[in-house]
Write a protein that binds this ligand. Structure first.
Ligand SMILES: NC(=O)c1ccc[n+]([C@@H]2O[C@H](COP(=O)([O-])OP(=O)(O)OC[C@H]3O[C@@H](n4cnc5c(N)ncnc54)[C@H](OP(=O)(O)O)[C@@H]3O)[C@@H](O)[C@H]2O)c1
Length: 340
């Protein structure tokens, strides 16, 4: 199989490249060369926003294209139109953000956002429409939810791993107190996410079988809990950290921002349901599988150590994570309230 990855040097695109190489596919990537691509691929250079940026793919045939573009839909329209006669399928990595305030149980039939705008949801929806306009039923629209795994470039799981991993050298036999880590409750909060490797494995396989149309590609709701994620972080980092569970009302009163200050975590309620409670039976019926959280966390830690704990983060996203001072202040308040 011949695969063209538009991007391919970052998180999801890079996972697609590695998966295809494992399958012995012939892989070409097109990007600006800001970060090194896998040396085993054919590297093409081009800036998709610049005039002539696609010159290097004006010729050539591919079985499928894998595109992660998240910004102007016109960029997807250009590459899809150019490749429609020379590529079998167009996989567009989209997002469940295209849905208009989805509720628990929402699936691919839920209404999408309406009206004009240049926000992320409308850009992703526009990207889908551009891919479908050029490739029709040969466009596979992969609506991901939260994506975790090695190479993650938002620093959600890396933030937790680094935070919990910080505590691993503070051993009690050195008379030092291993740190308490603020763990946002409830501990059994159900999470729904996808390991990037499961996302790309399913997407490439589905496109190879000729599948097209929109699919929500995330684990089943409750595939892991907040407790399982953080305990997996403790295990992977061999940390001495003690998880101090703090209930959502206390975090809310302290002004803690879910999702950004405490990544991954969204307290129970409508926002949680919209992200962590979707119906993914369509993709599971087509063979989607989700590996255990322990594997995702351990492999992400292995990768994170290989880059000295410094995952590159996308500059178009706000930084994540709670400051050490705020965490300590909240935990001190909790201890005082508990009379400890
Ligand atoms: N993270 C999540 O939880 C989440 C959830 C739902 C959906 N998603 C979707 O998942 C995907 C993540 O994609 P990703 O991590 O592979 O990376 P990405 O940020 O979409 O793309 C980065 C890649 O594109 C290349 N690139 C950037 N600007 C370019 C330009 N002007 N011209 C040519 N190439 C350019 C980069 O290389 P150069 O810089 O070298 O050009 C890099 O290879 C996105 O589609 C996102 O919307 C993410």
């Amino acid at each position: 199989m011949k695969l063209l990855v538009l991007g391919g040097s970052d998180f999801v695109g890079r996972s697609a490249v590695e998966h295809a190489l494992e399958l012995q596919w012939d892989v070409t990537v097109l990007n600006r060369g800001t970060t090194a691509s896998d040396p085993r691929v054919t590297q093409l250079r081009g800036d998709r926003r610049a005039s002539g940026g696609l010159d290097s793919i004006r010729e050539g045939n591919w079985d499928m294209v894998f595109d992660t573009w998240s910004w102007e839909p016109g960029v997807v329209a250009q590459s899809a139109a150019m490749l429609a006669g020379r590529a079998g399928s167009y996989i567009y990595v989209s997002s469940r953000s295209v849905y208009d305030e989805p509720e628990a149980g929402a699936n691919e039939t839920w209404p999408t956002v309406q009206g004009p705008g240049e926000d992320y949801a409308r850009c992703k929806l526009g990207g889908e429409q551009a891919a479908a306009a050029a490739f029709g039923a040969r466009a596979l629209l992969v609506r991901a939810g939260l994506i975790l795994g090695p190479y993650e470039n938002i620093s959600r799981l890396p933030w937790w791993l680094n935070r919990i991993g910080q505590e691993r050298s503070l051993r009690s036999d050195q008379n030092e107190r291993a740190g308490d880590v603020l763990a946002p409750g409830p501990a059994d909060l159900a999470l729904q996410y996808i390991d990037a490797r499961d996302l790309v494995g399913w997407s490439l396989g589905a496109a190879a079988r000729g599948l097209g149309g929109a699919y929500d590609v995330v684990s089943r709701p409750g595939h892991a809990t907040m407790r399982e994620v953080l305990q997996a972080c403790v295990a992977a980092t061999r940390s001495d950290a003690r998880l101090r569970w703090v209930e959502p009302d206390i975090l809310s009163a302290a002004g803690v921002q879910p999702w950004t200050e405490l990544p991954i975590w969204i307290p129970p309620g409508a926002d949680h349901d919209s992200l962590h409670a979707s119906d993914v039976s369509k993709a599971f019926a087509e063979g989607l599988r989700a590996r255990p959280i322990q594997e995702t966390v351990a492999d992400t830690w292995t990768w994170l150590q290989s880059v000295n704990g410094e995952a590159s983060t996308r500059r178009d996203r706000p930084p994540v994570g709670l400051s050490a001072d705020r965490e300590a202040a909240i935990l001190a308040d909790v201890e005082r309230a508990e009379g400890r």
